[in-house]
Design a protein around this ligand. Structure first.
Ligand SMILES: [Mg+2]
Length: 240
């Protein structure tokens, strides 16, 4: 039986208004970097290979400028209040991102939200090079360098309703295992194609309003197909 709710939030384009990873590489490298992303979107290269290529394309990094671009990024103005509301209602909030811990932590800190758990790819600056790391790479998933499905699967209990809020292709695995989905942009297309019901949202006020409705219900039920997929995933894992 469902006792509590846990929310997994995408960062780029969801918590943060812009897609910071795309903004950074477009600004630092220019059009050339889109080639890697196009190949990734077509499924021709894996998510981590895409990021390796993006980082390799950056030479002579100006760290100050890099940080400046990050410091210009703003989060959804409704997000801090949303987090406050969740705290009040004992709803856990976690950030899942196929971007980098480096800028996510830096941006969250600016809004005093650095206590939120963040699961993202890592990024080190060595001299004038960007060195990516993939602590959550799932070799069975080529969709993203940080397979968000793994976190949605493992970071919640059977008595928790798993909610995913996202906007893009890297949220696909997360959505497969989610009980409730909030989607915008490309993620809507994926939900439609996969027959996964979703709430369309444009900002965290919308999410909060819908969450209030959900929390008012006497009983929360897991999404049947997500439950089956979670069970299947655990069975496969147990047999490996
Ligand atoms: Mg996104």
């Amino acid at each position: 039986m469902i006792q509590s709710v846990k929310i997994f939030c995408d960062f780029d384009g969801t918590v943060c208004l812009g897609d910071v990873r795309t903004i950074l590489f477009s600004t630092l490298v220019g059009e050339a970097v889109h080639e890697a992303v196009e190949l990734w979107l077509k499924g021709e290269i894996s998510g981590d290979e895409c990021i390796r290529r993006e980082c390799a394309a950056v030479d002579n990094l100006d760290v100050e400028w890099f940080n400046e671009i990050i410091d210009q990024q703003e989060i959804d103005p409704a997000f801090p209040l949303f987090v406050e509301y969740c705290k009040l209602k004992n709803v856990e909030v976690e950030i899942l991102s196929d971007g980098f811990d480096y800028y996510i932590n830096r941006i969250l800190k600016r809004y005093n939200l650095e206590y939120l758990p963040v699961f993202a790819n890592s990024l080190r600056i060595e001299g004038n090079k960007l060195i990516p790391g993939f602590p959550y790479l799932n070799q069975y998933c080529g969709r993203a360098a940080n397979c968000k499905g793994t976190h949605v699967l493992n970071n919640a209990g059977n008595d928790q309703l798993r909610i995913v809020v996202g906007d893009g292709f890297s949220d696909r695995c997360a959505v497969d295992y989610a009980d409730v989905v909030f989607a915008k942009r490309k993620l809507i297309q994926y939900c439609r194609e996969s027959n996964i019901s979703y709430y369309e949202f444009s900002n965290f006020n919308d999410v909060r309003n819908r969450l209030e409705d959900l929390l008012r219900r006497k009983r929360l039920n897991p999404r049947h197909r997500a439950e089956i997929r979670r069970r299947e995933a655990f069975r496969i894992e147990a047999n490996l």
